[in-house]
Write a protein that binds this ligand. Sequence first.
Ligand code: 6CS
Ligand code: FE
Length: 290
Amino acid sequence: MNRPDLYPSRCGAAPGITERLDPVVYARDWLRGPLNQSQVSAYDRDGFLLLENFFSAAEIAEFVLELERLRHDPQVRASEATITERSSQAVRSIFRVHEDSPVFTTLARDERLIDIARFLLDDEVYIHQSRLNYKPGFRGKEFYWHSDFETWHVEDGMPRMRALSMSITLTDNHSCNGPLLLIPGSHRHFVICAGETPAQHFKSSLKKQEYGVPDDASLTRLVEQGGIVEATGKAGSLIIFDCNAMHGSNGNITPFPRSNAFFVYNAVSNRVGNPFSGQAPRPGYICTRE
Ligand code: 6CS
Ligand code: FE
């Protein structure tokens, strides 16, 4: 049974901006959750929320030990789930850490994170994708502007906007070392992308995304409306952002790595199906299907 494609993109239509058809905060009683009223309102309004000092120094020390262990493990380096930077052999990302790393498997199931995801999505949740983005010093390259949902809808078959990402800063995220950039309010618009989806697009997009990126005019309009916010914070901060928030990050030419863990929680009622691109599903290390 073909599900209706409520967010057509990369299918020949002219690039442009349409409106979000889904709620942002699905919780029905905003006062009965793990976030306070102003936090829920800020997330609903902006599409993201930054919580500093969320994890203790001891927890971060454990995460960083594992971050470095994985980066140096020859088996991990040889894995298809490990992506290197396009112009060096520096590790750019390691996917599926919520299954392959005991430390990050535990973190992905941390009640403090699960409770927030369940509340905002008002459903049971599962991990759609997890990754470590290393953004190493000197060689960490940029992540161009994009909506994760546009990719997860077109390439993974995610039906609706009922998912969110949690990014944990494992190193200090400064203004200078390529912090996550977000456009407040962009989550309420869906940017239709031009072009099509190349076969096995993930083999290039995870290094440098060139399809499923918004056009200059649409990006300009979103920034004129909402501005650009840097999600900076010390190691141990938590950045929660809606699946459709427009975001990106610049390269890192400083000596300070900007390493973050990302866990994507999807509502079980929003399970991925056949990609709307009509292409073969992406591998399990990028998109959970079982
Ligand atoms: O294709 C994806 O699923 C990945 N690409 C980006 C740039 N962000 C989301 C995700 O990691
Ligand atoms: Fe992204």
